[in-house]
Design a protein around this ligand. Structure first.
Ligand code: ZN
Ligand code: ZN
Length: 173
């Protein structure tokens, strides 16, 4: 489902391209829990293989950096990868690939291209350093540790942090 046969593109001239509409779910990826992609991508025959580009809507399991709750984050994945052909499609001769070619970005000798690694890598990159369950997450109280999204504790420190000043004003009617 994340694998595509690109033989028809490789047989075409360089520059031949194909637009694909993707709507796939799959087993959650280990690092991010990503399990779906949706959107339009383009495959284009370039000199040594296929250039994959496009933007996909996707998801990831995250932990909020303020309140530490787990939540599902909507991600936009930017795909921009060149997949190299393992064999020349016309002659069947194995390609001379650079030594450092990532095997995940090689089109195998059945001319199958697997998007899984591209999705995995772009999901890792797309997750913000400090994910928030929502932009205005109130976080945990540094004094008592209660979740300020749910509990209005009476700890004094709430008033000292300027970030909370307006919230404190709102809450201390
Ligand atoms: Zn939060
Ligand atoms: Zn508190």
């Amino acid at each position: 489902m994340m694998q595509f046969n690109v033989a028809h593109l490789l047989k075409g001239t360089v520059g031949t391209s194909q637009q694909l509409t993707l709507d796939a779910t799959f087993a959650p990826l280990e690092e991010t829990g990503t399990n779906r992609v949706q959107g339009r991508i383009q495959f284009m025959h370039v000199n040594d293989g296929i250039w994959v580009s496009g933007v996909l809507d996707s998801n990831a399991d995250c932990t909020c950096s303020r309140c530490l709750r787990g939540f599902s984050l909507t991600l936009q994945l930017q795909l921009d990868e060149i997949y190299l052909s393992a064999v020349d499609i016309i002659t069947g001769v194995p390609s001379l690939l650079p030594d450092d070619t990532d095997p995940n970005f090689i089109i195998d000798d059945h001319h199958t291209l697997d998007l899984t690694e591209a999705v995995r890598q772009s999901a890792i990159v797309a997750i913000p350093m400090k994910p928030l369950c929502r932009p205005d997450c109130a976080g945990l109280c540094p004094e008592c540790g209660s979740d300020r999204n749910q509990v209005h504790c009476t700890c004094q420190s709430a008033g000292r942090d300027p970030r909370w000043a307006s919230l404190t004003k709102l809450l201390s009617f």
